[in-house]
Design a binder for this molecule. Structure first.
Ligand SMILES: [Zn+2]
Length: 157
């Protein structure tokens, strides 16, 4: 699937993506650990409300959707890169084991958590994020650029 067909299939993709994201978030909320005191301070600095609700889950690899269409779309828009090191699903954040404790990565994912909150949850976030990735690509997606800039700001300050 190329970027254009991902874009054309957006209406079909969105409910599948949302269902997957909410199930993954649930797993992190059940199995994950709360933020440390320093991480809570970083979370506030990037705009997270209620950072005490956030959970981090250490995994060997970031989970990818099993549904073939979703998997193809995710690959085509780099929604999930080939070797992602973290993934935020609102209050649930996956962190790859070799990046566990990496302040900048966690601040980046926390900035995505703040975006989910600002946009109103999983569905509106994914709608905006997938649309941005399908039109300008993952690397230039405004939500991605914002998360990177906020993480840099927090870690340099
Ligand atoms: Zn990101």
């Amino acid at each position: 699937m190329d970027r254009e067909s991902a874009f054309n299939n957006l209406e079909e993709l969105l409910p599948l993506a949302a269902e997957w994201a909410m199930a993954q978030q649930q797993r992190v909320l059940c199995e994950g650990v709360p933020l440390s005191t320093d991480e809570i301070a970083d979370a506030r600095a990037v705009g997270v409300r209620n950072p005490e609700r956030v959970r981090l889950l250490r995994v060997d690899s970031i989970p990818v959707p099993a549904h073939p269409m979703l998997k193809a779309a995710a690959a085509s828009i780099n929604f999930i890169t080939a070797t992602p090191s973290g993934l935020a699903l609102e209050n649930g954040i996956f962190v790859r084991s070799d990046r566990w404790g990496d302040r900048e990565l966690i601040a980046h994912e926390l900035a995505h958590t703040a975006q989910y909150q600002r946009l109103g949850g999983v569905v509106p976030f994914l709608q905006t994020y997938i649309l941005q990735c399908a039109t300008v690509g993952y690397q230039q997606a405004p939500l991605e650029l914002e998360a990177t800039a906020k993480a840099e700001q927090v870690c340099s300050g």
